[in-house]
Design a protein around this ligand. Sequence first.
Ligand code: SAH
Ligand code: SF4
Ligand code: F3S
Length: 478
Amino acid sequence: MYNDNPTLDFLNKNKPLDESRQGEVLEQTEQLSEQLNGKYFYIESYGCQMNFSDSEIVASILSKEGYSLTKDYKQAHVIFMNTCSIRENAEDRVRNRLKDFGHIKKENPGALIGVLGCMAERLKSKLLEQEHLVDIVCGPDAYRALPELLAEAEGGQKAVNVLLSREETYADISPVRLDNNGVTAFISIMRGCDNMCSFCVVPFTRGRERSRNAHTIVQEAKDLFEKGYREVTLLGQNVDSYKWKNEGEEVVVNFAKLLEMVALVNPDLRVRFSTSHPKDMLDDVLHTMAKYENICNYIHLPVQSGNSRVLKLMNRTYDRKWYIDRVDAINRIIPDCAISTDVITGFCSETEEEHHDTISMMEYVKYDLAYMFFYSERPGTLAARKYEDDIDLATKKRRLQEVIKIQMQHSLESNQKDIGKTVKVLVEKVSKRSEDDHCGRNDQNKMVVFPKGNTKPGDYVMVKITDCSAATLKGHLV
Ligand code: SAH
Ligand code: SF4
Ligand code: F3S
């Protein structure tokens, strides 16, 4: 069985709305609606943070059409699933969930089911043949067409729009914040990907890379700060290749510049970002991070493999030596920077020795956190066309278990080093484990749990660390 532990596989996480916040979200949706049409939509998101961020764009588009958000899919006139195709089991989860929604159609034949996101884009109208329950198929660049697609579907037609765009960034759409703690928010700064890593479907499901207008990004950060948010995460598949130039303006805004612009919104607004591609992450970004205290000292730098031959087959365009050089640069310029990674085990033709290069890379870097997967062949990708998926499942999984074991040890050691330190935490919410505790992250993106005292979400507090597990730090207020 695939290891479905959500701490190891955030990409497959299905994260429905937080129950306690539902009222607030509904209220927000209602405020936005020009005129309510008495209809409810339900949305469930799978996959990466970009998909969760896109669901907020979808919520905004639908609420402008008069739809209200509901947490209860049984009450919904339309059920949306914003889907992920990154690995086979991500798609399997969506197909299984569709079965749950099947009985809704029996009880309420008028209810519509819409598939959004990467599966919609990958499978296009084939999805309608495979999944008879689905009424609407809408790809990630076509969300502005949802009102028309809904009208078509209500008229009894199956409705599809999977056109990819070279320009769409939804820059002008103000997202309706879902799963809202009122403190942290995502901001999409770019869409698509041009990298063509041989294992990856994203360039096919998300289209060409394009950067969003820098001024609208800064404005969104300002608006969030004014509403009480204290942390933004800038999102892109490869943030270091962000590049934007306004017509008539001389300056080209690169990622280092954009980071600075967002950091300057307010010193009390923390800035995070994801994902950094090792080939593009150069020293300028590191110097900007070192310069501004509110840019968090945390970099997600997916290595995928520690072996140069495998990296070449993966078309990652860096080798082991380059990656180590980037890690050394991080440690030199930002000595207390946390580093996390993604690892794939059992890629086509990977030998036991090459697998051990990944392990030795992990030993070298000592990642604070890692998301680890065994290779899953995706139809249409370069690897599927060119290489044989020749590592048997048992070996892929055994190698995965080996890297997970080492990572658990490294995460624990990294947290143990923090015992005795006092760290600055942005309070996010009540801890899941205890009503009496609050939790929030430190600069390094580590989750810290502590007795809440008089603190409230959005406060910065100092916490002395007294205990830890591999996943969290525990302490008390000082
Ligand atoms: N843009 C990011 C990654 C996005 S996908 C980057 O370039 O780093 C997130 C992670 O899913 C990848 O880093 C990779 O580790 C994993 N992944 C992607 N395709 C996969 C596949 N076919 N099989 C297994 N894991 C995969
Ligand atoms: Fe996929 Fe590579 Fe693009 Fe990341 S950089 S989304 S792994 S193609
Ligand atoms: Fe999945 Fe699409 Fe993100 S394939 S990981 S939801 S870009």
